[in-house]
Design a protein around this ligand. Structure first.
Ligand SMILES: [Zn+2]
Length: 145
């Protein structure tokens, strides 16, 4: 495609009804990633659903994508295989909650969406209270070992 044709392509593209956003749960990708590149001086926006593009790329280039069944914890410098309990300062994003529950229950994302429906995901966590509990536990854990 020549560059001048690209302009024609952009001009014929309509404004979408749905705005893709990180965590919108509009695809089944584990790691939803939306790239947005906008420039008011051009009056143009490019949104890329990178997660879905990566899934397509993996079909062509399976050797260049790794799915690792663990999370690298920088604090302990080790792999953690179990999902961490929600400890965010705001409520857990629904899309993340669905994916965590699908993993924990060994179910499909569709099944989890149907089962959890409009139930509320975990609420914000009082980080200071949790840290105090963890500190107390660490200091006195020798008592119940
Ligand atoms: Zn996706």
């Amino acid at each position: 495609m020549e560059l001048h044709n690209l302009g024609a392509l952009i001009a014929t593209t309509s404004i979408p009804d749905v705005r893709w956003m990180h965590g919108d749960d509009l695809c089944n990708c584990t790691f939803q990633r939306i790239g947005e590149f906008a420039n008011p001086y051009l009056g143009q926006t490019l949104r890329v659903r990178f997660c879905c593009v990566w899934a397509e790329l993996e079909k062509e280039y399976p050797d260049f994508i790794q799915h690792i069944p663990a999370y690298w914890d920088d604090n302990s410098e080790s792999w953690r295989k179990e999902p961490t309990e929600w400890d965010g300062g705001s409520g857990m994003p629904r899309a993340l909650w669905y994916r965590q529950q699908a993993f924990l229950q060994g179910k499909s994302l569709e099944d989890v969406r149907a089962e959890l429906g409009d139930q509320e995901p975990p609420k914000a966590v009082n980080i200071e209270a949790r840290r105090r509990r963890e500190t107390i536990y660490a200091e006195f854990s020798h008592l119940w070992k």
